[in-house]
Design a protein around this ligand. Structure first.
Ligand SMILES: Nc1ncnc2c1ncn2[C@@H]1O[C@H](COP(=O)(O)OP(=O)(O)OP(=O)(O)O)[C@@H](O)[C@H]1O
Ligand SMILES: [Mg+2]
Length: 504
């Protein structure tokens, strides 16, 4: 054999009691190679990354670095061997500021600043407490921190899942630069456009086992999906959502939610829209255009500084999330860490909101609860082998739990913020119909998504916000990616469909 690869993993397995997280994973990475690590939710990708970077120890198998067998026993050991990860969950200590976070990991500050710049983050306040930074920025800082230690192999575990398109592009540029420097990257993502933009090969895991290693070339996507799922699947269909029914279109009844000139904090300046019962309304926008503030204001987490919100024709003011929930507004945050009790079971997490109304206090009907929870688990095909604590579920399965509870409970208005972040292709195709089904049962859904193609798959209509205002409104049929993208960059001022009359 010619040169031995920079990094090799052979027959790696990991079990947690009866749970087999990884059964037989193998991987080769040469210098200057970008390898996609792919697999459905729960396939074992994060487990492999954690093993390679010393966060956990394999149950069996071997790791070779530059041809030599090496025991990677700790994160520090991995780092010394040139392997540096960006894990799937943000890793800045939430209560420390950026400077202290760097100090903890002995990160060279100048190199860190260099990469922060390269990644397009301007005016970073190093004294800001980590948890006050938007999730996307936290992720980029995780990456800058990893890059600052000049790794031979950079392992990116769904690094881009929480990023808006413009920031994803920056990450892809940086990945390409690593290649130019003859460094290697292991790249985990569920998004094919990113994989085909930067990766040389894809290593595919299914149920903990490496089932394929394919060269990335045009048309390879279906092959990878087949390997991931173990059976041929239908090509992704662009099924434009069913048009809203006559009844929903009518403007005679007051909309479920009427928002006028809403402003909050500094970023949300002037947003107006109607959301009807039975409708899924998409919200698209680049990072930081006011979408966070819009959802937080509607969820009672932030006081608006102007404008009005009406529910069924009545003005409301939310001073607390409890007020919003009492009005039937339920918020599913993009950051699952905010939504889950990490150390409680899947069952408890799904059942959590069942007992929030005083009239439901008292004895809990365990049987009824179990039936509802089972239904939700079944509908979303949540992998519950790791029953004990929700934190042991794979990232995508955790994300599903945040949606499952509202499907189990039923809800009037669902405010869904980027719900399919880090969810595999198959599950995504399961989640869109669920949102549509909730709408079909009379719920209203407001859906922000950073993946623009989702708008046509799940929504009846979409609004695009830019600079804190609505700059376009499109019917599902017109809301294709290029159209939304142009609007999101503030490039088109007129919407293709005539704006509906806004009643007074
Ligand atoms: N600490 C743990 N205890 C028990 N089971 C675990 C633990 N960590 C992971 N698992 C299980 O191992 C399997 C693989 O999980 P892993 O997080 O590696 O999946 P993944 O491929 O990264 O999925 P995703 O795309 O959803 O992030 C899952 O079934 C998960 O529930
Ligand atoms: Mg994972």
């Amino acid at each position: 054999m010619a040169n031995s690869p920079l990094l090799s993993a052979r027959g790696v397995s990991k079990t947690y009691g009866a749970v087999v997280a990884l059964s037989n994973a193998s991987l080769d990475v040469a210098s200057g190679e970008i390898i996609a690590l792919m697999g459905a939710n729960g396939a074992g990708k994060s487990t492999l990354v954690k093993i390679l970077t010393g966060a956990i120890t394999a149950s069996s198998g071997e790791i070779l670095i530059k041809g030599r067998k090496q025991a990677v026993r700790s994160p520090a050991g991995a780092r010394a061997a040139g392997l540096v990860p960006v894990y799937q969950e943000p890793s800045l200590i939430p209560d420390l500021d950026v400077t202290d976070n760097l100090r903890l990991a002995d990160t060279p500050v100048e190199a860190f600043r260099h990469w922060v710049n390269e990644l397009g983050v301007q005016n970073l306040d190093m004294g800001e407490t980590a948890h006050r930074l938007p999730l996307a920025i936290q992720r980029v800082l995780d990456l800058a921190r990893a890059l600052a230690s000049e790794p031979d192999v950079l392992l990116l575990d769904e690094m881009t899942a929480a990023l808006p398109t413009d920031m994803v592009d920056k990450v892809l540029e940086v990945v390409r630069k690593q290649k130019e420097l003859d460094r290697s990257v292991i790249y985990i993502s569920h998004r094919f456009p990113e994989i085909s933009a930067v990766c040389d090969r894809a290593n595919v895991l299914r149920d903990g086992e490496t089932v394929g290693d394919v060269v990335i070339e045009p048309g390879v996507e279906e092959r990878i999906v087949e390997l991931m799922l173990g059976a041929p699947v239908k090509a992704a269909q662009k099924t434009v959502a069913e048009p809203a029914s006559e009844e929903r279109e009518t403007t005679k009844t007051a909309p479920r939610l009427r928002v006028r000139e809403l402003a909050a904090a500094t970023k949300l300046t002037d947003v107006s829209f109607d959301l009807r019962a039975g409708e899924v309304l998409g919200v698209a926008g680049l990072e930081g255009q006011g979408q966070d503030e819009l959802f937080e204001a509607l969820a009672g987490m932030m006081r608006p500084s102007g404008g009005s919100v009406e529910i069924d024709g009545k003005a409301v003011e939310f001073n607390h999330p409890a007020d919003a929930i009492a009005a039937g507004h339920v918020y599913v945050p993009g950051d699952r860490a905010d939504a889950l009790l990490a150390q409680r079971s899947v069952r408890e997490n799904i059942a959590m909101p069942f007992h929030t109304k005083p009239r439901q206090w008292g004895l809990i009907n365990m049987k009824a609860e179990k039936a509802k929870v089972d239904m939700a688990i079944d509908r979303l095909q949540i992998d519950t082998r790791a029953q004990g604590e929700v934190q042991r579920l794979s990232g995508g399965n955790q994300q599903k739990v945040t949606i499952a509870r509202w499907i189990a409970l039923g809800v009037r208005t669902l405010l869904c913020f980027d719900p399919t972040r880090g969810i595999d292709v198959r599950t995504k195709r399961e989640i869109y119909p669920l949102l549509r089904e909730l709408a079909g049962q009379g719920s209203s859904v407001l859906l922000y998504t950073s993946e623009l193609e989702e708008i046509q798959l799940a929504c009846d209509r979409a609004i695009v916000i830019f600079g804190g205002r609505v700059v376009g409104e499109f019917s599902a049929a017109d809301a294709d990616e290029p159209t939304l993208m142009r609007a999101a960059y503030g490039l088109s001022d007129a919407s293709k469909t005539a704006k509906p009359e806004i009643g007074v």
